[in-house]
Design a protein around this ligand. Sequence first.
Ligand SMILES: Cc1cc2nc3c(=O)[nH]c(=O)nc-3n(C[C@H](O)[C@H](O)[C@H](O)COP(=O)(O)OP(=O)(O)OC[C@H]3O[C@@H](n4cnc5c(N)ncnc54)[C@H](O)[C@@H]3O)c2cc1C
Length: 374
Amino acid sequence: MADFSHLVIGAGVIGLSIASRLAARLGTSVLLVERHNAFGTETSARNSEVIHAGLYYPVDSLKTKLCLRGKQLLYDVCDKAGIDHRKCGKWIVAQNESQHEYLENMHSKSKLLGIPTEFISLAQAKAIEPAVHARSAVLLSSSTGIISSHELMTYLAGQFDSHGGDLALNTAVSNIEYDRARRLYTATFDTQDGEMQLKFENIVNSAGHGAPNVANMILPADQAVTGYFAKGSYFSYNASQPKTRHLIYPCPAGNAGLGTHLTLDLGGRIRFGPNVEWVSSPNDLQPSITQFAEIVAAVQEYLPGIDPTALAPDYAGIRPKINGPDWSDFTDFVIRSESCLGFDGFINLLGIESPGLTSSLAIAEMVEDLLHTK
Ligand SMILES: Cc1cc2nc3c(=O)[nH]c(=O)nc-3n(C[C@H](O)[C@H](O)[C@H](O)COP(=O)(O)OP(=O)(O)OC[C@H]3O[C@@H](n4cnc5c(N)ncnc54)[C@H](O)[C@@H]3O)c2cc1C
């Protein structure tokens, strides 16, 4: 017999969203485990805290679908629960004809998807954001915003608790075995009191950087997953000028990130980042200054008035990638039931990079459907 109907592995924003949704469902008992001594200390605490509009991904991708649905759910829950957020809008700026064309395509796709975007004339742009330099075009995304990811996670943890869920901190999953005949998983945990085992009917692997390792506990060797790590460093800006009211993004080059952008925190402070630097470990979390000159040059393209001496390394986050630096095609979220491999009730979530924070509540809906819709 199972000790719990569901095990959710990893208490980042994704695991918290899934666990609180499952716990709210009648007839489930949910254990959420986290290897650290607090929830939300890895990637969910090290990102841009932007509520993305859903502009960047192929129309029929999970990233688009879950970002659009997640954005709506997130704004609703922020309003309902008083989670600190601001729909401040963002500008994407084009500096040449090919970037302008990129924005035209983005605008057409947005219309198709029902995402509000509009071009702002260069004269208008100068009047609204005098510090921003755009040579070719500016596209406004008015549904983009910022959120306190910590407040969101605290809210989700509270919901999970109030629905009767159990959160076990300092508890790392070290092995999983499946008894197919009884349809029961036995998970082994490393805890502060030593090793222990419990049985579950369903397992959701939302372990972020740990997810490939957890997936490989059940997957056949020829389908093993490898994780890759793309670090993004952020720089605080400690001068009073220039200022902007919107988030300012360049046009992205390549698939690894959205370009070193200007984000605002909820206190109105400017920070720049994240750049892309491939590293060999998810624990390489010191903000890196090796690309400092390139970062300054990238920012000066759209904000020529910045004072580079007022930039200081702030923090870094690491994108949980499932393809390495040589991969140039689009990579979607992987959210899949492993029932076709004979593992009923086992869901793997892999490569949950940006826009994972925005998509979190929609990902939880999808996981619930995968587990409970036949
Ligand atoms: C630089 C950067 C900027 C980003 N900016 C944005 C943005 O502006 N907007 C947006 O929507 N998204 C953004 N993202 C993406 C977003 O941050 C992630 O998609 C999201 O935080 C992923 O959450 P998670 O719960 O999957 O992972 P995590 O937050 O990493 O949580 C996974 C948890 O699993 C635990 N764990 C791992 N292995 C085990 C194990 N064996 N046993 C128990 N626990 C385990 C870990 O300790 C961790 O706490 C950004 C990401 C990065 C890196």
